[in-house]
Structure formats: C-alpha cells, structure tokens
Write a protein of this length. Sequence first.
Length: 191
Amino acid sequence: MGCRWWGALLWALTIGALTMGAPPAQAGNKNHNDFGLGLTSGAQQYGLSGKYFLNAGQAIQGSLTAGMVPSSNVGYRHTSVGLDYVVQKARIRQGERYDVSWNAGAGLALGGLNPIGVSEEEREEENDDGDDFTYAPVVLTASPLVGLEFGFARVPIDIVMEYRPTVNYVPGHGGTFNLTATSLKVRYYFL
C-alpha cells in the first residue's frame, strides 16, 4: 500500500511541475525545431539520446538503450526504447558562458529482459514460480522526470541530469517501483 502512495505522489508532483507558471526557457542557444543527438546513461544502461524542440517551452526526447543488470544469481541483458514529453521551465542561472534551467516531464519505455547463461528449461522453471521475472520479453516502464539542464553559449551542447523514478510492469508478473532511478545525457545540437 505504501508503494502505491509513493507512486501517486511522484506523479502528482510531476503534473504540478509541468503546470507551474514559470516561463519556459532553454539552457544555452537552442531554438524551435532544433535537434540534439548524443549519449545517455543511467541504471546500468547506456545508449543514444535524441531531443527535438517543438517550441521554446516543449520538447520530445527519446532514447535507445542497452545494458547489463547484475543480480545475485544471474546477470541480465536489458534493451529498451523510450519516449519522453518534456516541458522546459525557468532558468536558474543565466550567464555569459553557460545557462542552467530545469525541466519536467513524463515518459514511457518498452523493453525486454533476458538472462545471460540460463538455459531455456531454467527460464521456464523460474517463470512458472511466479516469484521472479527472470525472463521478460516485454517490460513496460512509465516515469515522471525532473531534470537540470546545462547549456553552453559558445557550443551547441547540453548536459542533462534527470531524476526519473520508474514504475516497471511485466505482463503476467506484476510491477515494481524504482525510486532511485537517474540518468545523464550529453547531446550536440544541430542548429
């Protein structure tokens, strides 16, 4: 019951952050229709990150990630593709060399989880137990996000640090919460 309240609270805070009256801002020198491409990392996953500005205050960002997830008895290979809606919020700092702004949003991801070095028979046994989802061909993830974005005046690069607690759902096995998920993104913008 406690996890449900935490999840509801996180989603409520995200919706509140998205609708706050702060004027939109973009760190650095990015404009409407600008597209950035770069790298992302977080929670033992690494991959590509892209961000497209719809206008000065709204953007869509996506990621394609893969990684290894260690466990006590077996390692996992995880791949996912995600899409986020991001609202750019007020600048925290505006300077000659760099700006800092914050953003908030929500995202969805679709992925898969495969054990490494586990036979097909062992996979079926673990899946029949219902205790663990050792093999999950489909993992659905929803996450609110709040981030700090560092943009540079002379170079079209941003560095973004995000806090993104996640709700993972595996069909037939239920869901889990991860309240400590974070990500780091570095992108170059094609102006």
